[in-house]
Ligand binder design. Structure first.
Ligand code: PEP
Ligand code: MN
Length: 243
C-alpha cells in the first residue's frame, strides 16, 4: 500500500515538522495543502507559495516525498518541487487544469469529485494520462448521498470496479469522507479490507487548533497506531488468515 499522512494544511514549519517527524517511518510521502479550496472565503486559504517553501524544506530534511494540492494553472511553475501533485475533489472536472497538470509529467493523485460517477472519475484520470502525467493514482474521498451518518459517504465498492476496469491504483481518504476523528479508524480499516491500494489520512499535532478540517484530523501517534493496524488487515486480506 501507498501510505500518505500529514496535516490538511501547512500552517508553519514547526507545525509540519511536529507531524512529519513522528509519522516519517510509517509513510511513503507526507501531505500538506498550501492552497486550500475553501467553501467560505473568510476561512483560512493556506499559506500559498510560502507554504510550498516550507513543504520543500521539510521534504528535504526528512528525505520524504511531498504531496500538495494544485488548484490553478497560474501556480504551475511553483509546484515543480512537489513530488505528488494532488487534484482536489472540486477540480476533478476542471479539464484545463487536468491538461496543464498532465503536461508537468509528474505523479498525480486525483481525488473523486463528490458528485461524480466512477466512469467520470476514470475519464478525468485519462485526461491526465493523455496529456503526459507520469502516473495517476485515484483517490476515493467520499461522495454526496442521502446518508447523514458522516460528512460524505465513502464508496468502497468503487475499488473493485476500478480494479476490474482499469490499471489505476485507487487509494482511500477516510478523513474527508468521515469528517470526524472517530470515523477515521473504522473507514481506514474497511478501505484496506475492501482492497484499497493505499491510504491518505490527515494528522495534526493539535487537531483542535487546526486552521482547516479541525474535526477530522487525528494525532500523529494515533496515526502510527492506525497504520500498524491497517497493515495487519492488509496481511489477512492479501495473504490469508492463518491461525
Ligand atoms: C484535502 O485533501 O485537504 C482536500 C481539500 O480534499 P478534497 O479535495 O477531497 O475535499
Ligand atoms: Mn482537508
Amino acid at each position: 500500500m501507498l501510505i500518505i499522512g500529514g496535516p490538511c494544511a501547512v500552517e508553519s514549519k514547526e507545525q509540519l515538522e511536529s507531524v512529519v517527524s513522528v509519522i516519517k517511518d510509517n509513510v511513503h510521502a507526507f501531505r500538506a495543502g498550501a492552497f486550500k479550496p475553501r467553501t467560505r472565503h473568510s476561512d483560512f486559504q493556506g499559506l500559498g507559495v510560502a507554504g510550498l517553501e516550507i513543504i520543500k524544506q521539510v521534504s528535504t530534511k526528512y528525505s520524504l516525498p511531498s504531496v500538495s494540492e494544485i488548484v490553478s494553472i497560474e501556480s504551475i511553475a511553483d509546484f515543480y518541487d512537489v513530488d505528488y501533485l494532488q487534484i482536489g475533489a472540486r477540480n476533478m472536472q476542471n479539464y484545463e487544469l487536468l491538461k496543464a497538470v498532465g503536461k508537468m509529467r509528474k505523479v498525480v493523485i486525483l481525488k473523486r469529485g463528490f458528485a461524480n460517477t466512477v466512469d467520470e472519475f476514470i475519464a478525468s484520470a485519462n485526461y491526465l494520462v493523455e496529456f503526459g502525467a507520469k502516473e495517476v493514482i485515484l483517490c476515493e474521498r467520499g461522495i454526496r448521498t442521502i446518508s447523514d451518518s458522516s460528512r460524505f459517504t465513502l464508496d468502497l465498492s468503487c475499488i473493485t470496479k476500478i480494479h476490474n476496469e482499469t490499471d489505476f491504483k485507487i487509494i482511500v481518504d477516510p478523513s474527508h469522507a468521515g469528517g470526524t476523528q472517530d470515523q477515521v479508524r473504522p473507514l481506514a480499516l474497511a478501505a484496506v479490507a475492501a482492497g484499497a491500494d493505499g491510504l491518505i489520512i490527515e494528522t495534526h499535532n493539535q487537531p483542535q487548533n487546526a486552521l482547516s478540517d479541525a474535526n477530522q484530523q487525528i494525532l500523529p501517534a494515533d496515526f502510527n497506531q492506525l497504520i500498524a493496524e491497517c497493515w495487519q488487515v492488509y496481511d489477512v486480506v492479501h495473504n490469508g488468515y492463518n491461525q
